[in-house]
Design a protein around this ligand. Structure first.
Ligand SMILES: NC(=O)c1ccc[n+]([C@@H]2O[C@H](COP(=O)([O-])OP(=O)(O)OC[C@H]3O[C@@H](n4cnc5c(N)ncnc54)[C@H](O)[C@@H]3O)[C@@H](O)[C@H]2O)c1
Length: 330
């Protein structure tokens, strides 16, 4: 079948290749002319410097992308999600199924992607929404390395449809879930812990600290899910623990890399300027911190990362403060 991918960055093109490998016809839209010409003329993913099949075509026309298919896969950073949705709006003429593969939360509103789509897209053009999430670095998927992810939707039929669309028996196994809330929350929150994991590594701390971070990070995620009303069962699934492990332990993680640079003494502006790809954890940390304050959630790790990034506190002092908290049972 035909599919449009909105956002031709690393993850957009890795997923475009998965779809192409399952014999689907893919058209990629990107705002950057440079990205579009790298796809059409050189058949490469610019951000990853990886070859992609020449049958994957790109366009600079959002109108062409919207009319190409009734299934639109969004893979743009959450910071520009509203902009990308607005740009497609004038060209909607019928109902579309929206799939989102970006991971983040809007700091100003604490809205998840599904809520942003539901708010912005008029009902007559909205067929459904599915979130694709799980431990999946574009660097590995684009090379056809084994990956397992989850397609989540409140409408089971839509989740099953997307599961079938992306699933292949060579390297890409897709599960389905109806816990959309949990899936979107897990994909967003794990990026904060990836920043923390990079920070620890940047400060020369070792595997013990990282394992403790992942374990206690999971506890914070659990508290968050409970207050937020998400299904805590999915915390131990691919969209929770799975994504948390991969992002806290892999050099491919942009959030880990950003944390590592912060740990080496670079400030936030310098760190972001040196990154060519999106670092979602920073905005998500801001969002989660203010949500936690508002709802009185005890989240020492998230609050510590917030203090280091946004209040420019010294990481050593923040770590010390964490260790000095009163003793308690696990
Ligand atoms: N890279 C990964 O391994 C990976 C894996 C899973 C999820 N994600 C998530 O996917 C999202 C995108 O990440 P990425 O790594 O592909 O980022 P990226 O920086 O590699 O690419 C983003 C692309 O979006 C394009 N873009 C920006 N504004 C746009 C607009 N208004 N319309 C269309 N295109 C626009 C940019 O030109 C760029 O090509 C993030 O939320 C990220 O957390 C990434």
């Amino acid at each position: 079948m035909k599919l449009s991918v909105i956002g031709g960055g690393s993850w957009g093109l890795a997923l475009a290749k998965v779809l192409h490998d399952s014999q689907h016809q893919v058209l990629v839209y990107d705002v950057s002319e440079k990205i579009v010409s790298k796809i059409n003329d050189l058949h490469i993913c610019f951000q990853l410097n990886e070859d992609i099949p020449k049958e994957i075509k790109a366009t600079s026309s959002i109108e062409e992308a919207v009319s190409f298919s009734d299934v639109l896969l969004f893979v743009v950073p959450t910071k520009v999600m509203r902009e990308a949705i607005s740009s497609m709006m004038p060209f909607l003429t019928n109902k579309k199924l929206f799939i989102n593969a970006a991971k983040g939360i809007e700091p100003e509103t604490f809205m998840r992607a599904s809520e942003i789509f539901t708010e912005m897209v008029p009902k007559e053009y909205f067929k459904g929404f599915v979130s694709l999430s799980g431990p999946s670095h574009a660097e590995e998927v684009i090379r056809g390395m084994m990956t397992l992810i989850t397609a989540s939707s409140e409408n089971e039929k839509d989740a099953l449809f997307v599961q079938e669309l992306f699933h292949n028996t060579e390297y890409f196994r897709v599960y389905s879930s109806t816990d959309l809330k949990g899936s979107e929350l897990g994909g967003a929150l794990k990026n904060i812990f990836a920043l923390a994991s990079g920070l620890l590594a940047g400060k020369g701390l070792g595997d013990n600290a990282r394992a403790a971070l992942i374990t206690r990070g999971l506890v914070e995620m659990h508290k968050f899910y409970e207050v937020y009303g998400a299904d805590t069962k999915s915390i131990t699934g691919l969209t929770g623990l799975g994504d948390l492990i991969v992002t806290c332990t892999s050099e491919h993680s942009r959030n880990f890399q950003a944390g590592y640079k912060l740990g080496h003494g670079k400030d936030l502006e310098e760190t972001l300027a040196s990154m060519t790809m999106v670092v979602e954890g920073i905005r998500t940390c801001e969002a989660a911190h203010s949500y936690g304050q508002e709802h009185d959630i005890d989240m020492p790790i998230i609050n510590s990362i917030y203090e280091i990034i946004f209040e420019k506190k010294n990481p050593e002092e923040v770590f010390k403060k964490l260790l000095e908290r009163s003793m308690k049972p696990e």
